[in-house]
Design a protein around this ligand. Structure first.
Ligand SMILES: Nc1ncnc2c1ncn2[C@@H]1O[C@H](COP(=O)(O)OP(=O)(O)OP(=O)(O)O)[C@@H](O)[C@H]1O
Length: 247
């Protein structure tokens, strides 16, 4: 059962100092005429065929579409995990289309937080250590890292679980830990690929509400890929992809 407290993170005492991304214009990401093809057994698969759009600052954008339509491919390109075959990707007014692996990794670590459907927590670490993990290279002081991890766990309503291991908490709680881990580096952009695929419907709604809330709480932009259109929150932007094209 993934029953968790959804409201705690919305209480004023959990509010952290907002992050200043004010240098950013109205759109954080722009992608123009993106095409992506893979070659498998000498057969070319066109995953994306001319996809264009943008992700607005401090907004939640849902990427929807049927299975195999190209949603994950677009997210991977937007998250600099993969490169497009052609087209242009602009993030924070920088052309990041063809960065080297090293430059892409640095850019990702600086600006992008990821949330995955299978949570991807490190099972041998505690919940707190999982949230601290992205800070290891950024903050030298162990006590400061711990303090920051606690703040972000508090923001997702899980400060009490700091010393538990991922195997000792529910699926919804694991995804909250993953949200805290994605936020702790104060990224400009959070990318969530099917973040509710392993959760029941009530917990799914809670996780989407929490992510949606975080965009204003932490001055970040949230991109959520889902095939479940019932999860789309009112007022959010939607990019619908069908057969590799923006519908
Ligand atoms: N690494 C790869 N090598 C070859 N083909 C790939 C690769 N990744 C994706 N594809 C193909 O590209 C197309 C789009 O896949 P993608 O995973 O982006 O779709 P999706 O909309 O995210 O699907 P789902 O909702 O099922 O996860 C599919 O035909 C898929 O088989």
């Amino acid at each position: 059962m993934n029953s968790i407290n959804t409201h705690r993170s919305f209480q004023p005492e959990n509010h952290l100092q907002p992050v200043d991304h004010s240098q950013t214009g109205a759109s954080v990401v722009r992608f123009n005429n993106i095409c992506k093809s893979y070659t498998m057994d000498r057969v070319e698969v066109n995953a994306l065929l001319d996809v264009s759009g943008e992700i607005a600052r401090r907004e939640t954008t849902f990427i929807t579409g049927p299975s195999g339509s190209g949603k994950s491919t677009l997210l991977n390109i937007m998250g600099l995990i993969d490169q497009p075959t052609s087209g242009e990707l602009i993030i924070l007014d920088q052309d990041v289309t063809n960065l080297s692996d090293k430059a892409a990794a640095d850019f990702r670590s600086e600006h992008i937080g990821f949330i995955f459907q299978s949570f991807n927590l490190i099972p041998v670490l505690t919940v707190g250590e999982n949230v601290e993990f992205p800070l290891l290279r950024r903050i030298k002081s162990a006590s400061k890292r711990r303090e920051k991890a606690k703040q972000y766990l508090d923001a997702v309503g899980l400060a009490d679980l700091f010393d538990r291991r991922p195997g000792e908490i529910s699926g919804g709680q694991r995804q909250r830990v993953a949200i805290a881990r994605a936020l702790v580096t104060e990224p400009t952009l959070i990318i969530a690929d099917e973040p509710t695929a392993n959760l029941d419907s009530q917990t799914s709604r809670e996780i989407i509400a929490l992510l949606d809330h975080m965009k204003s709480e932490f001055d970040t932009s949230v991109v959520i890929c889902t095939h479940d259109t019932s999860l789309i929150t009112q007022g959010s932007a939607t990019i619908n992809i069908i057969d590799g094209r923006t519908a």
